[in-house]
Design a protein around this ligand. Sequence first.
Ligand code: KMH
Ligand code: ZN
Length: 303
Amino acid sequence: MARSVIVTCAPTGGIHTPTMSPHLPVTPEEIATAAIEAAAAGAAIIHLHARNPETGQPDPRPELFQEFMPKISASCDAVLNVSTGGGLGMTREERLRAAVATSPEMASLNVGSLNFGIFPMLEKYTQWKHDWEPAFLEMTRDFVFKNTFADLEYVVKELGQGHGTKFEFECYDLGHLYNLAWLVDQGWVEPPFFVQMVFGVLGGVGADLDNLLHMHTIAEKLFGDAYEWSVLAAGRHQMSFATQAAMLGGNLRVGMEDSLFIGPGELTPSNAAQVRKIRTIVESLGHTLATPGEARERLALKG
Ligand code: KMH
Ligand code: ZN
């Protein structure tokens, strides 16, 4: 049966460094352009981080978000989703600053703590453009991405209840689905829930189809028809997992936050190129891409 697939695009993130690809959007202007192009290609939701325009380092300052968010909204209708994942070493308050200042329709919420390993990349990237890059990547060896129960409560109360913002619940492992069910049991979040299953981050669940099937089975049991599910996979697994999600009746996320590539050994020239690629695949499976309006309706966003 034909159905519409909600595509999220995450144009820059806070993990890849500018050294890794000349195409990574960094300045507010570049992030706005990448988002607008991704929306024109079919992304209904844009997941946003900001970076220091001079160095490319992840940057929590709300004024950076306030520079690119109005530009994006002036040019397209896409749902804007502000990350609360932030970047390595940011405090909980720093991670929330931009979302609190912009009161977006959506924000990410990472539903549990985990080791977040990108250190295998250290071997590959040795030409540093900025002084912070080696130290930044080295930090990941000893980095715990902290999202305690107190953190979760703080974010859902501050943003969800305080601003009417709905969440992209990022679940990196099976236990995170149960953490979300706990938030639901507390009565702190309202359906429909948008569950973003994350595969292939070292420290989280591996990119294996059996894991996807099991996460989906458990999510169905926990959330029934009160949720929409989506899939992202890091690095080389991005397109195959996005395709599997579309085949299994889910939604999907692409973008340079999750992978700098568009094919084996081939850097993607843009975020929009990844959206166009997955669009071709989704349409050839007989489905359409959801418009931002459809996404707003299905996720009950405040609009
Ligand atoms: N980079 C993704 C694997 C966030 O911004 O809240 C995780 C992410 C975190 O999107
Ligand atoms: Zn993110």
